[in-house]
Design a protein around this ligand. Structure first.
Ligand SMILES: C[C@@H](Oc1cc(-c2cccc(S(C)(=O)=O)c2)cnc1N)c1cc(F)ccc1N1NC=CN1
Length: 327
C-alpha cells in the first residue's frame, strides 16, 4: 500500500514493537467499586467508581471505569484492549491517565483517572453567558482550554502518533472551576485504524467528517496535519461555545463545500487573530498547516495580549441573534 492509501501510515511508527497487552498495569477487581453510570461509551457503560490502590489503604481514588459487555466478540475484546494499550504508552498532563485493566473475568474493565468536569463540549455549552448570569467563563479561559488540548496534541506530534479524532467531545476537564485542566481522553478512532476495524465499522457514516480535512475523506491520507485540521475545528468549537460545526449541513454537503474551499465562519465575538489561526489549520495543503509547536507559540502570544484576553464574551441573546440573524 502506498502512503496515500495506507490508512495505517504514521501510526506504525509509534508502536513499532507492537503491543503486548501483558504489559498493561493490572487492577484487582476487589479493589474497585462502581458507584454510578456516567453514560454509554463506544462498547458498554462507563461508570464512575472508587479504587482502593492497596487493600490496606483507607483512601479510595475516584475513577472512571469503561466496561466491555460479557456478550462481546473476541474482536471487540481485542479492540478494547488495544485502546488501553495505546493510552498506557502516553505520559502527559494533558492526556488521560490509564490506571489499569481488569481482564481476569467478564465484564472486562479499563480503569481511567476520573475527570470530574465532564467533557469539553458540554462544559462550553453550559458555560454560555446568559442575560441574567454574567458569563462564568472569559476569553482567557477559552484560550487556556485551547492551550491544554494543544499541549496534549503537541506531545502526540512528538510521539509521532496520529489521533484522528481531535474534537471537544473527546476532551475532558479535571473540574469546571478556575484551574481546570483539559485532557485528551478518547482514543477510539486511532484504535480502530490500528486494528483495521476502521473499514468494518459503519464505513463513512461513522467518520467525524466535520473534523476531517479533504485529503483524509477523499484520499484516505492521514498524517499529523490531519490532527492539525481537526484542532482548528476544535478551536472553532471552543470559541463558538460548543456549537455543532456547519450547523444544518449533512456530511456530504460539508465534504462538497470544504473540498471546494468552503470554511466555517468566524464565531460571533471571536477575536480575528484566533479565527485567522483556525484558517491556517484549514489550509488545503497539509504541509502548509502549522505544527502543534507553532500553534502553541501562537496561542501563548494571544494569552499575553490584553486586547484578546480582555475581549468580552457575547451574551447569549446576541449569540442567538448572530446565529438566526434576527435582531
Ligand atoms: C470514557 C469516559 O471517561 C471519562 C468520563 C468522565 C465523565 C464524563 C461525563 C460526566 C462526568 S461527571 C461530571 O459526572 O464526573 C465524568 C470522567 N472521566 C473519564 N475518564 C469518556 C471519555 C471521553 F473522552 C469522552 C466521554 C467519556 N464518557 N463516557 C461516558 C460518558 N462520558
Amino acid at each position: 500500500l502506498s502512503m496515500a492509501f495506507n490508512p495505517y501510515y504514521g501510526s506504525e511508527n509509534f508502536l513499532p514493537q507492537g503491543i503486548d497487552v501483558r504489559d498493561l498495569p493490572k487492577v484487582s477487581r476487589e479493589s474497585l467499586k462502581l458507584v454510578k453510570a456516567l453514560g454509554q461509551g463506544a462498547f458498554g457503560e462507563v461508570y464512575q467508581g472508587l479504587y482502593r490502590h492497596r487493600s490496606g489503604d483507607s483512601v479510595e481514588m475516584p475513577v472512571a471505569v469503561k466496561t466491555l459487555p460479557e456478550l462481546s466478540t473476541g474482536q471487540s475484546e481485542n479492540d478494547f484492549l488495544m485502546e488501553a494499550a495505546i493510552m498506557a504508552k502516553f505520559n502527559h498532563p494533558n492526556i488521560v491517565h490509564l490506571i489499569g485493566v481488569c481482564f481476569d473475568m467478564h465484564p472486562r474493565f479499563i480503569v481511567l483517572e476520573l475527570l470530574a468536569g465532564g467533557d469539553l463540549k458540554n462544559f462550553l455549552r453550559e458555560s454560555r453567558p446568559k442575560a441574567e448570569r454574567v458569563s462564568a467563563i472569559t476569553m482567557k479561559d477559552l484560550l487556556l482550554c485551547s492551550l491544554d488540548v494543544c499541549k496534549g496534541s503537541r506531545y502526540l506530534e512528538v510521539q509521532r502518533f496520529i489521533h484522528r479524532d481531535i474534537a471537544a467531545r473527546n476532551c475532558l476537564l479535571t473540574s469546571r472551576g478556575p484551574g481546570r485542566v483539559v485532557k485528551i481522553a478518547d482514543f477510539g478512532m486511532a484504535r480502530d485504524v490500528y486494528r483495521a476495524e476502521y473499514y468494518k465499522k459503519g464505513g463513512k457514516a461513522m467518520l467525524p467528517i466535520k473534523w476531517m480535512p479533504p485529503e483524509a475523506y477523499i484520499d484516505g491520507v492521514f498524517s499529523i496535519k490531519t490532527d492539525v485540521w481537526s484542532f482548528g475545528v476544535l478551536l472553532w468549537e471552543v470559541f463558538s461555545l460548543g456549537l455543532m460545526p456547519y450547523t444544518g449541513l449533512s456530511n456530504r454537503e460539508v465534504m462538497e463545500s470544504v473540498s471546494t474551499g468552503g470554511r466555517l465562519d468566524k464565531p460571533y465575538g471571536c477575536p480575528l487573530e484566533i479565527y485567522l489561526l483556525m484558517c491556517e489549520c484549514w489550509n488545503p495543503t497539509p504541509s502548509e498547516r502549522p505544527s502543534f509547536a507553532q500553534i502553541f507559540d501562537r496561542l501563548q502570544r494571544f494569552l499575553q495580549d490584553p486586547a484578546i484576553t480582555g475581549a468580552p464574551l457575547p451574551v447569549l441573546r446576541s449569540l442567538i441573534g448572530a446565529v438566526t440573524g434576527a435582531r
